[in-house]
Design a protein around this ligand. Structure first.
Ligand code: ATP
Ligand code: MG
Length: 570
């Protein structure tokens, strides 16, 4: 991250707002909007924009609208509209009664286009998309004027109306602003305002077959809603002169004009290591089946993060910490993980779960005895209380906590060595039983020392390792899904060798452990609830696939905080 970043609450955009308020601009109103295009699910980058727009409004006693930018009917679907609303709400923001659609303004926008034609500031152009591109010129060469540029107002009005009436095929004509083909800014070289698309729209049905371009619809939607600060990402900086041109040249409604004039402000978009962030690419991952859906827990979508077990608090905290900058940078994904660890460390109840079980028989423990030990639910939260966990003769420990022939520094269980079982006794490994043919370790036999009961007098005996475990007779079977990054490269979009981002997919991004065992207190765990499994990380009961009697846990994140470690060393 660049050190030009500033916290969300005191950043350069807030400074602009503060100055505007000081000068009494917009009658002291602050009004922002979050304008998603409903062509996919929201991702963590959108969360940054949501936190910024809703956050700045809130911090300045203002309002924030939710506006769907639904000007492109070929890609938009109702499913996306619904998911976006759900995600914004889940993040903790409220648009009140201010839910809008750019399509609400189609009638008005059409009138404004007619107005531009009448003023000689827009014309119907018959060049093909390719020719328009060719005529546009380059950064070092001026463009060429379209042969249709000097059509009469009457001809333009007639053609535009017939475009609207559906007389012409898709792509055959467009409406363009008449600005300046020699402008150093390519966006000002007679940009397209309207295009023909014979497509049904999810809200306006077949009423329209011409649709306004973003650059025309956006500034006018902002103005009509009384938006004061129109915050967008850096790639729109070059469009700002066009944004202003539209507002300067369209004589939009008096009421809207009385509210003041919106100002476009650009900030750097969020990029994350090991992550692709474009909806187009996320859509490819979904449609080509590389993931199970938009809410696959490996996806950087808000619905994926939610299913994985992320909390809205952690995501908002992350957006606050990354701040707002004026130049693009890439944020370490470890920082996002740090935020969820910090949140869950405070509030996730602890539990014991054995992901890859190894059977341990305690030879000197009475056959039918069961002891119930008291275990604290969260050492960081005195109010979290405690629960009872059963202990008996046969238990399971983690396979990786036992080694038959360990190196010296291995402080877990090995022949002749002692470890403490968390909340229970110290045990000593006496014997290993293996499959004669394969050499696979089948079970380990131990003895326990009854004088070493946890929390009791005389239990002060010290051993180096403490293991988590579950009682065989009481444990509940569960499926555990371990996730790794979806991509193997820090920058998966680094396609310099001509390969596609798909070539950087991590084949081990999902490991399913079908036979994990969890302590019995988790038998009734609610879908979506989160736990810290001792020594294994934070886990969430999968809200989609987990059913009573068929528990499924997603690992949200392991316990090892790489980002905090890096920060400490710096
Ligand atoms: P993508 O490029 O991922 O498809 P988009 O910009 O086309 O995203 P929109 O639905 O148009 O997606 O975005 C809605 C709002 O979210 C816009 O104001 C956009 O600037 C903002 N936004 C999109 N991606 C990011 C990001 N990575 N970081 C911050 N803001 C973002
Ligand atoms: Mg977009």
């Amino acid at each position: 991250m660049k050190d030009t970043n500033q916290p969300l609450t005191t950043n350069f955009i807030q400074n602009i707002i503060t100055e505007d308020l000081r000068q009494g601009k917009n009658d002291g109103r602050v009004h922002t909007r979050f304008p998603p295009e409903p062509n996919g699910y929201l991702h963590i980058g959108h969360a940054k924009s949501i936190c910024l727009n809703f956050g700045l409004a809130e911090a300045n006693g203002g309002l924030c609208n939710l506006r769907f930018d639904d000007t492109n009917p070929s890609k938009e679907e109702i499913e996306f509209v619904e998911s976006i609303k759900e995600d914004v709400r889940w993040l903790g923001f409220d648009w009140g009664d201010r839910l809008y659609y750019a399509s609400d303004y189609f009638d008005q926008l059409y009138e404004y286009a007619v107005q531009l034609i009448k003023a000689g500031k827009a014309y119907v152009c018959d060049l093909s998309a390719e020719e328009i591109k060719e005529y546009r010129g380059t950064l070092i060469e001026p463009g060429k004027e379209s042969p249709y540029r000097n059509r009469s107002v009457e001809e333009n009005l007639d053609l535009f109306e017939r475009m609207k009436a559906g007389e012409f095929p898709e792509g055959s004509r467009v409406l363009r602003a008449k600005i300046d083909m020699a402008s150093p800014n390519l966006n000002m070289r007679d940009p397209v305002l309207y295009r023909i698309m014979h497509k049904e729209h999810h809200r306006t049905g077949n009423k329209w077959c011409i649709y306004p371009m973003y650059d025309f619809a956006h500034p006018l939607s902002d103005a009509l809603e009384g938006i004061t600060h129109s915050i967008c990402t850096l790639e729109f900086a070059d469009h700002r002169p066009l944004y202003d041109w539209v507002l300067d040249n369209v004589d939009y409604s008096k009421e809207a004009k009385a509210k003041g004039r919106p100002q476009q402000i650009e900030f750097a978009r969020l990029n994350l290591t090991y992550t692709v962030m474009s909806k187009r690419k996320l859509r490819i991952l979904v449609e080509e089946g590389y993931v199970s859906g938009w809410d696959d827990p490996r996806m950087p979508t808000i619905s994926g993060l939610r299913r994985r077990g992320y909390t809205p608090e952690a995501i908002r905290d992350f957006c606050e910490r990354i701040g707002v900058a004026k130049s693009n940078s890439v944020v370490d994904i470890g920082m996002l993980e740090h935020c969820i660890r910090e949140d869950l460390n405070k509030r996730a109840p602890r539990a014991m779960a054995v992901l890859r079980p190894l059977k341990v028989v305690i030879d000197n423990y009475p056959e039918d005895q069961v002891e119930w030990f008291e275990a604290e639910n969260n050492p960081n939260d005195p109010d979290a209380g405690s629960r009872k966990i059963p202990f008996s003769k046969v238990i399971y420990i983690e396979q990786e906590d036992f080694m038959e022939d360990p190196p010296k520094k291995f402080f877990r269980l090995a022949p002749g060595r002692e470890v403490r079982l968390k909340h229970a006794y110290i045990i000593k490994c006496e014997q290993v039983i293996k499959d004669e043919k394969t050499g696979e370790i089948l079970e380990v036999h131990c003895t326990y020392d009854p004088e070493t009961k946890s929390g009791e007098q005389g239990s002060g005996k010290k051993v180096k390792g403490t293991l988590h475990w579950v009682s065989a007779a009481h444990a509940v079977k569960a499926e555990v899904r371990l996730y790794d990054y979806l991509f193997t490269k820090e920058n998966p979009e680094d396609e310099e060798d001509g390969s596609d981002f798909r070539a950087n997919l991590n084949p081990h991004s999902l490991v399913v452990l079908p036979s994990a065992l969890v302590e019995p207190s988790l038998a009734e765990a609610e879908p979506g609830s989160r736990y810290q499994f001792l020594r294994q990380g934070y886990f969430c009961v999968d809200p989609v696939d987990s059913k009573p009697g068929n528990l499924v846990f997603n690992r949200i994140v392991s316990l090892r905080d790489t980002w905090a470690k890096i920060k400490k060393e710096e």
